[in-house]
Design a binder for this molecule. Structure first.
Ligand SMILES: [Mg+2]
Length: 162
């Protein structure tokens, strides 16, 4: 339940052809530490070009963030994507709204995010594909450091299994 289906370094490492080969037609995208660093209004290097290539392949995308609308809306606008803010991942409500908005089944969707306890767990509870990316930048708060510590333990077993 806590294992991602797939792991990559950055979103830009994910090829649209690969996604299509897996039957994926829609992407649910996290923002913070996935498409850019926390609270950064500018997408990370290569992200805009990557989104264009995904778009060109016919795969649809939506932003699902646990962050507030004032953070999510302007960023989603830059990317030209619809969004759901305060998504409450890992609860599955936001995922269901994404599926409905895109008109797709759960097995046609893939969540891409940097956190096991929100993005991956939510995707697994919902029943879609999941790709975990490495966080772009380490967080500084104690709570986040603790979460990352727990993630490291989970990823140790994930790598052993893989
Ligand atoms: Mg994130």
């Amino acid at each position: 339940m806590l294992f991602p289906k797939q792991m990559v370094h950055r979103v830009t490492d994910i090829s649209p052809e690969d996604l299509k080969a897996k039957g994926i037609k829609g992407l649910i995208l996290d923002i913070d530490n996935t498409l850019t660093t926390h609270d950064n209004p500018i997408p990370s290097d290569g992200v805009s070009a990557w989104l264009d290539s995904v778009r060109a392949s016919g795969i649809q995308m939506l932003v699902l963030s646990n962050n507030h609308a004032p953070r999510v809306e302007p960023f989603a606008k830059i990317l030209g994507l619809d969004f759901i803010a305060e998504g409450k991942k890992p609860l599955t409500g936001g995922f269901k709204r994404c599926a409905k908005a895109l008109g797709m089944n759960r097995d046609e969707l893939c969540i891409i995010g940097d956190q096991i306890f929100t993005d991956v767990l939510g995707g697994n509870l919902f029943g879609c594909h999941s790709i975990l990316v490495e966080p772009i930048q380490p967080e500084s708060t104690a709570f986040f450091k603790f979460k990352r510590f727990l993630e490291k333990i989970i990823l140790f077993f994930y790598r052993k299994r893989a």
